[in-house]
Design a protein around this ligand. Sequence first.
Ligand code: PEP
Ligand code: MN
Length: 264
Amino acid sequence: KLVSREFKKEDTVIDIKGVKIGGKELAVMSGPCSVESLEQAHTIALKTSAKGSKILRGGAYKPRTSPYSFQGMGPEGLIYLRKAADEFGMIVVTELTDPRDLDIVSEYADIIQIGARNMQNFRLLHEVGAQEKPVLLKRGMSATIKEFLLAAEHIAKEGNSNIILCERGIRTFETYTRNTLDLACVPAIKSLSHLPIIVDPSHGTGRIECIGPMALAAVAAGADGLMLEVHPNPDEALSDGDQSLTPDQYCEVIDKVEIIAKAV
Ligand code: PEP
Ligand code: MN
């Protein structure tokens, strides 16, 4: 298998405009769940880049459970996200939910995100596999590690091996947390695959008090990076406000993360 450790011994390091994912440095992807305005994206990029973050995340096409929830700004959101990132020298990761939006999403994004709900949308996987931009593949909420790696294989088989895996929690009998963050999958995947793996404790727990501690635990477990949702005013966020850190909370988490990153 192309994504297996047997196929390639050395860790894959993906270099995007000088930002390395999978190497020694921790790759932190931070930003709002949804892009809501230019001001919002700008404020978040300003605060996170001041903390050393180089990768701005934000959804323009949102896969929402309810059709009555905010569905994302679409192309306008992509424009705002790109503008905010460029102003602070950041790169952009955003979700693609439909092959019909591939051209416009790749015009604005540096990394194309495939969300948990689409981890086994094989046609979508083939489309991102047949193009050049690196892909962030999130683990499906009921996917085993084997299924997760086979989904990555669908992308690699089409020619694109620049894949970043993302553990974002799986659905278990526990409902207090939004998902159950499976941190054991980090060392497990490290032994099975050469691909970088990051952890998303925001979607992985859905609870503000869990995010910082689980970010630290993820780094201690050997994660190559983190995905963290940040919003200047979580109470008014159009999606995932409950799990969004304020810029101040984000800075506190990053301070602690840096201590653990140095120790591992
Ligand atoms: C997201 O990152 O905004 C998202 C929708 O995450 P997931 O696909 O992991 O639910
Ligand atoms: Mn979200």
